[in-house]
Design a protein. Structure first.
Length: 228
């Protein structure tokens, strides 16, 4: 416990040097869960508008969506904690982990969890929140969906609110292919934006099937599998 508290302190100190930290509290499957977050995520968007036009963030349009806790993450977290969709020891990877709530809930279920994002500080927040929520930090990996690793495979992929830009639809599906183990599945939550609907057409065209696990106000949770 002492070492966990030391890790939490070190991560908070590191992140507080770059961000004003805040705390959100949510009811997840009847449990009050606190998530350390960026106090003013909108300020990060404002900062990007005056950034160096030649910087990687501007050139690659790396908008700081990761710094906000989206409803889709809350819904997927609630479903994971309530249902037996993942079991202790399962190999699980979250795509676009952001603040790491979904990964933290998977850690609570005692899965072997890897949190991934293309923003390094998102991984720091995922570690911090994993330690605070589950007492254990997920493994972390920096991943760009346009060039996912080809030598690692997981039984379950998790994703919350990932289809917000059409340019990422095909890379995301290719990432499913690259990272999902044979017989595995993707647990995927989506807030039912009109913009995201073509993603599911692309999925079917690429040989995937999806079914609805639950529909709630604010989003839908899907199971996605290969059509073998």
């Amino acid at each position: 416990m002492i070492s966990v508290q030391k890790e939490i302190y070190a991560l908070k100190r590191e992140l507080a040097a770059r961000y004003q930290l805040g705390e959100e509290h949510h009811n997840i499957c009847g449990r009050k869960i606190g998530v350390t977050c960026v106090e003013d995520a909108e300020a990060l968007f404002d900062k990007l508008t005056v950034a160096d036009p030649d910087s990687l963030e501007v050139q690659d349009e790396r908008l700081p969506y990761w710094a906000t806790l989206w409803d889709s993450a809350l819904i997927l977290s609630d479903v994971l904690l309530a249902d037996n969709l993942i079991a202790p020891g399962d190999s699980v990877l979250e795509l676009g982990c952001g603040l790491g709530l979904v990964s933290s809930i998977a850690c609570l279920k005692r899965a072997r969890v890897t949190a991934t994002d293309y923003q390094p500080d998102a991984l720091k927040f995922a570690q911090l929140n994993g330690l605070q929520i589950a007492g254990v930090a997920p493994q972390t990996m920096l991943i760009d969906w346009r060039s996912p690793p080809q030598d690692q495979h997981y039984a379950t992929l998790l994703g919350a609110d990932l289809v917000y830009e059409p340019r990422f639809f095909d890379p995301l599906i290719a990432t499913f292919d690259a990272l999902l183990a044979p017989g595995g599945r993707v647990l995927f939550s989506e807030p039912n934006r009109i913009l995201g609907r073509p993603f599911f057409d692309r999925l079917q065209d690429a040989g995937w099937a999806f079914s609805i696990i639950t529909e709630r106000e604010g989003g839908t949770v899907y199971e996605i599998v290969r059509c073998d």
